[in-house]
Design a protein around this ligand. Structure first.
Ligand code: GCU
Length: 342
C-alpha cells in the first residue's frame, strides 16, 4: 500500500512539475486545476472542510477553476507536499504547524508544549491576527503563505502496552514524534526516546514494534487505526498544535483582487466547517476507540509533564526574542481562559 502510494505520488509529482514547467495546469475544458493535498482520510473534518471549499470556489469561479482535493497522502507525505506547494507543483496543502518550524523558526512558538492553558485560549489566540499574522506571513520568501488554520485538538501519549501515568513511565520507550526539533526536545525532556517519522509510517512502525507508542489527538486511534495496536491513551495534554493550510505564493499573488476576496471567503469557510466538525469527530473517535478497539483512557496529573517541559519556554524566547510580544499576547488569553483542571 505504502509503495503503491509512493509510486502514485511520484507519478503525480512528475506530471505536476511538467505541468508547471509548461505552464499548463489546466483541465481538458481549459479551466485551471487547483490541487490541494492533505494526509487525512475522507471522513476527517479537514477533508470535509476542503470539499466545502472546492464547492464554494467552483460555485463562484467554476468557469475558471477546477478544484481537486487529494486526501490520504496521495500527493506524498506532509513534508513532500509542503515542498510541492513551495515550488508551485500543487497550489495548497495542509501541514502540521510542527513541520513548518523547519521552514520558518517563527512557527516554533505554536509547537511549544503547554503553550495554551485551555482550548478556549488556544482558539482565541489562533483567531487573533496580531498573533498569527507575523507567523503566517513569515514563509513568503520560502514560496508559500499560511491562509488559515485548522483544529487538530490536543496531543497526548498512547502506547501499545504501557499505561503512561507520569513522565517516568516514558523512560526507555521509543515514541514516534513529528519531524521537528521542538518535538524531539520535548520527548527527550520527558524521558522517552524520540523517534521522528512521517505520519503515514506510524501504523506499521507500531505494529512491527519498531516503536512503543506515539502521540496525537484521538482521531489517530480510529481514522488511522492506531487504536487497533495501542491500548492506553493518556491525557497528559502536552500540545495543541494547529494544522495550517498553506498556499503557493505565486498562485495567490496572481489572483485578481476580486478573485482573492472570494478565495479569502473560501479560507474562512474551511476554518469554520473544520472546527464545526471537529468536536463531534473527537467525541465519536473516543467512543469508537473505547467500545470497538478496547482502548483505555487515562487521566494523569499533567503537572509533572508540564514541569519537565517548562525550560523550553525560556529557551525558545532566549533564542527568538522577536517572538516575545506574541508569546505575551498568548499569556493574556491564558489568563482570560485559564485551565479548568483542578
Ligand atoms: C495530526 C495532524 C496532522 C499530522 C499528524 C502527525 O493528525 O492533524 O497534520 O500530520 O497529527 O502526527 O503527523
Amino acid at each position: 500500500m505504502k509503495t503503491f502510494k509512493k509510486v502514485l505520488a511520484l507519478a503525480l509529482a512528475t506530471v505536476m512539475s511538467a505541468a508547471v514547467l509548461t505552464g499548463c495546469g489546466s483541465s481538458a475544458d481549459n479551466r485551471m486545476i487547483i490541487r490541494i493535498g492533505h494526509n487525512q482520510s475522507t471522513n476527517h473534518p479537514t477533508h470535509i472542510a476542503l470539499v466545502a471549499f472546492e464547492e464554494f470556489i467552483e460555485s463562484k469561479l467554476g468557469d475558471k477553476y477546477n478544484v481537486e482535493v487529494f486526501p490520504s497522502e496521495l500527493l506524498g507525505s506532509q513534508n513532500e507536499m509542503v515542498q510541492l506547494t513551495q515550488t508551485g507543483a500543487i497550489n495548497f496543502c495542509v501541514a502540521s504547524n510542527s513541520l513548518l518550524e523547519t521552514f520558518s523558526t517563527n512557527y516554533t512558538l505554536f509547537n511549544l508544549p503547554y503553550l495554551f492553558a485551555s482550548a478556549e485560549a488556544y482558539h482565541a489566540s489562533m483567531d487573533d491576527e496580531s498573533i498569527t499574522g507575523p507567523i503566517f506571513e513569515s514563509t513568503k520568501d520560502a514560496g508559500f503563505e499560511a491562509v488559515t488554520w485548522l483544529d487538530a485538538g490536543t496531543r497526548n501519549f498512547y502506547t501499545v502496552n504501557t499505561p503512561i501515568e507520569t513522565p517516568a513511565d516514558l523512560k526507555g520507550l521509543k515514541i514516534r514524534v513529528q519531524q521537528s526539533p521542538t518535538n524531539v526536545q520535548m520527548m527527550n525532556l520527558l524521558g522517552g526516546s524520540a523517534t521522528p517519522m512521517g505520519f503515514g509510517d506510524v501504523y506499521t512502525a507500531l505494529q512491527s514494534k519498531i516503536i512503543d507508542g506515539a502521540e496525537n489527538n484521538e482521531l489517530a486511534l480510529t481514522d488511522n487505526g492506531h487504536g487497533d495496536v495501542c491500548k492506553y491513551y493518556s491525557y497528559d495534554m502536552h500540545q495543541m498544535i494547529p494544522d495550517i493550510l498553506i498556499g503557493n505564493i505565486a498562485f495567490l499573488d496572481g489572483l485578481s483582487e476580486e478573485e482573492r476576496a472570494i478565495f479569502e471567503e473560501g479560507f474562512d469557510l474551511v476554518n469554520e466547517v473544520q472546527r464545526e466538525e471537529w468536536t463531534d469527530a473527537v467525541a465519536e473517535a473516543k467512543d469508537r476507540a473505547a467500545n470497538e478497539q478496547g482502548v483505555q483512557f487515562l487521566y494523569p496529573d499533567t503537572k509533572p509533564f508540564q514541569e519537565a517541559c517548562a525550560p523550553m519556554h525560556e529557551d525558545m524566547l532566549a533564542q527568538y526574542p522577536d517572538l516575545q510580544p506574541i508569546y505575551d499576547a498568548i499569556q493574556a488569553y491564558n489568563e482570560q481562559y485559564p485551565s479548568t483542571e483542578s
